[in-house]
Structure formats: C-alpha cells, structure tokens
Design a protein around this ligand. Sequence first.
Ligand SMILES: [Zn+2]
Length: 331
Amino acid sequence: MSFAEVLNQTAATAYLQKSVLGRVPQALLFCGPCGVGKKKAALAFAKALNCLDPRCRQTGDCCGVCAHCKAIDGGIYPDVVVADFLYQARLEVKKDPGDKGYEEELEKELAKQQRIKVDTIRDITAKSQQKSAVNGWKVFIIDEAQSMQAEAANALLKFIEEPPQKTVWVLLTDKKAAMLKTILSRCQPLQFAPLPEETVERLLRQANPEITDPALAARYSQGSLARAVRAAEALDILHAAEPGPAWPAAAAAALPRGMVAARQSAQAVLDVVMLALHDAWTQAVDEKTRLAYQQALKKMENYKIAVLRNVSPALTVETALMGLDKLHIRI
Ligand SMILES: [Zn+2]
C-alpha cells in the first residue's frame, strides 16, 4: 500500500511525501473525522520513512512489498507502534497470547477501553528511548489522541518536544478541540477532509459486498467510512419492519445481543435518525414543522446520553422511534 491508496486526501499525503524527502517534523497531528484515512496515511508515512525500495526513496512514497513495508503492515516492525485501544487492551490482559481464554479476555478488555491511559504512554515513551533495531525511523502513532487522560498527555509532552533522532510522533484525532493546548502547540497539524459520498459508497461495497444498501449508508456517513459501516448496520435495524405501530418494537428487537454491541448499535440508530430529522428540518416549509423537528432532535440527543448512562438500549430505541410517530420522516 502506498500514499495513492489514501483516497481523497491529496493535500495531506503530498505534505507527508515531501517531508519524507526533506525535513520530518518531530510531531504531527492528523485531524479529521474517523474513517477518512488518518491511520492509513500514518502507516503509509511510517512505511515511506523505512521503505527499502530505492525508487520509493526518491519519491518519498513506499512500495508496500519490501520486508520493512510488509512488517509494518503486519504490525511486527519493532520501530513502528500503533498505540490504539487494541494495543492498550493487549497491555491490560493478564494472560499471555496463546494461553487458553486469551482472546475472550482481550475482547472483554477492548470493550472497556475509553481513554488512553498514562501506563500506555509510559510503555511507548520507553520504547521511543530504546535504540532502533534496524537503524531506521521510529514512528509512534497514537490513535484517539483526544482521549488521553491529562496525566497521559503530560507524560507525553517532553517526549514529543525532544524526541531522539529519527523519531516521529503521529497523533490522530477526530476531536481536536478536546485536546490539551500544550500538546497542540507542539504538533504540526494536518487536516483530513470528509470523503465524498461516492468514495464512501465504493469503499463500502469493496469492504462488504453484502451490505443491503451501500448508497443509503453512504448518505448517512458524513464522509466517513467508519460511520458508513455503523449506518449500514443501523439501517438494517431500522428496516427490520415497515414504519407503523409495530416498527419501534421490531427495531428494538433487532439490536444485537450483548450490552456493548447493543449500546453501540443503539447509538448508530439514533445517529441515523438524527441525520434524517436534520434533513427533514432543512426542508421543512413552515415554522411549526421546523420546531417539531428541532424538538425531536433535542430529544434524540438526550436518548443518546441515556444509552451511554446504561439505560436499556432496546427500551431507548423503542421509545425514541415511538416519538417519531407523527413526524413523517423517511429513513
Ligand atoms: Zn517498501
């Protein structure tokens, strides 16, 4: 995989390619919605810095097939670390990989992840101080960087300020405003734009040919592949029955089993409903209807909070959909 596979982010990838050939910043901050290629671009950047192909070394790109590129793609290159919730969950599992029940425990830990913790930052900053195994570039990618606990962010500060030679930090976030100013001021920001609807639809078809209505899911994606995947699932739930008296209960019953999955799906369902309400609101012709949509949107916000606060996802979805009864929205 090369930079060309990071779709529709030409300004960001051109900047990265140029910096591979010239001066590499100490720390970068990739900002933009989830699911638009930030992690892909960070990995392409890590590969471009370490690629063994002589032609790629002249263009600042990566070949995707040399031993280094393959190891980075496989997550086994010692100098490139992606610190995300999966990485953190692996640190927290008490068992060793290969032990009986490891995968189950990992799954449980993963479901609990909400913030990047100070212990995880200490783990990767310690790695940043070790000598490179192959004398290449060390790249430390921190996903969901806005979720770092204050203690974690503070622990990271001096490392991004004075990294050892040939070391670069890449922070990824979809909520730049939630990040500490001290971190922001030390990172070179790079903006990632939402993807065009057609691109999301195409990627969605490639990723999962079984999705019922990729075009509709793309319409509810807000330019993010990750949101499109969630929207596709939400649409299946919402289309479990025709709109009518049985609709709310049928949709609630179509939520997945298991609290974590049900909660996520309920959030996705409410997101889709909110986008549909928002569309209807922009097209409403009279003030009274507009007001009704506005009030419904406010209620949906509250239902989303309720789901996060452990109110039953099924009950919340059912109640939320019953409230749409007279609004005539099409999803
Ligand atoms: Zn390569």
